[in-house]
Design a protein around this ligand. Structure first.
Ligand code: NAD
Length: 255
């Protein structure tokens, strides 16, 4: 690992590494969206310190938990309404345009990579997407406004009008099976990547957090950029502790 105190050197080295990449992956966590005003999970004051997430089994089992899950989701949606991609999101689009990045694999559910211009076939969402709801049984999608309306009029979390299944936000909760297609696409992308940028993730949520290790084992250069240390810094080729907007902004401006 490079000494993180010499950020200037590490960023210069990162520029060279990025410039030579042809099939890079940006693996993003909640930290890439904090500069868009969306709180992450584990930073001080982040969502984790306020509310432990509701487990999938509790959502399925309990009417009260379903209502609580929707209450929390809509409170957060209201607080972050209008959030826009920031310089770090746009920098990744630019690196794609220049041919250095092939895919973005994200743990985020906020839709900001799409909003910044990452095409759907280059984007892999490991934890789903919070901008819609879906039936857990038949997968029919519903708009969030419809869910709000149902809760306001019936006082109950909605069931699917098509099949009667439970309707849940389109995200993957703790305890919920990972989406198979997204996992398959992620593994295929990692198999062919020459650079793996882990950006703004504490790298503790499994199985997503195993991906940097997979990439490294398959011969990709591993770069970690995060405000705080992660347990994978030691095996990274470059680990930089800093702000993503600043660092990625510098990479694309001079690169
Ligand atoms: P995390 O909260 O565990 O880790 C985020 C990391 O990003 C922290 O280590 C923090 O130090 C760092 N960070 C924050 N702002 C940064 C910045 N500007 N520059 C550099 N580093 C910064 O998030 P995670 O690892 O993604 O895991 C959390 C889970 O929560 C994910 O599964 C995700 O689905 C979900 N989540 C998503 C969002 C979102 O979609 N925006 C927000 C909160 C939580």
């Amino acid at each position: 690992m490079r000494p993180t105190s010499h950020i200037g050197h590490a960023v210069a080295e990162l520029k060279d590494l990025v410039a030579s990449a042809r099939s890079g992956i940006a693996f993003t966590g909640a930290g890439i969206s904090t500069q868009s005003g969306i709180p992450d999970f584990r930073s001080p004051g982040g969502l984790w310190s306020r509310n432990r997430p509701i487990d999938f089994q509790d959502f399925v089992r309990s009417r009260e938990m379903r209502l609580e899950a929707w209450r929390r989701k809509f409170a957060l949606d209201d607080a972050t309404a209008g959030a826009q991609p920031n310089i770090a999101h746009f920098a990744l689009v630019e690196l794609m345009r220049r041919g250095h990045l092939a895919h973005v694999i994200t743990q985020n559910i906020d839709g900001l990579h799409q909003a910044s211009g990452v095409p759907e076939d280059r984007l892999i969402e490991l934890h789903g997407n919070g901008t819609y709801a879906a039936c857990l049984a038949c997968r029919t999608r519903y708009g969030l406004d419809w869910v709000r309306q149902e809760i306001a009029t019936t006082g109950e979390a909605p069931h699917c009008p098509a099949c009667g299944g439970l309707v849940k936000s389109g995200t993957i909760s703790f305890g919920q099976p990972m989406p198979q297609e997204a996992m398959r696409r992620a593994e295929a992308a990692i198999n062919g990547c020459d650079l793996f940028l882990a950006l703004g993730s504490s790298l503790v949520v499994q199985p997503a957090a195993l991906m940097p290790l997979m990439a490294k084992r398959r011969g990709a250069a591993l770069v970690i950029i995060n405000r705080e240390p992660t347990e994978f810094d030691e095996i990274a080729d470059i680990a930089i502790r800093g702000e993503l907007g600043e660092i990625l902004g510098e990479i694309v401006n001079v690169g």
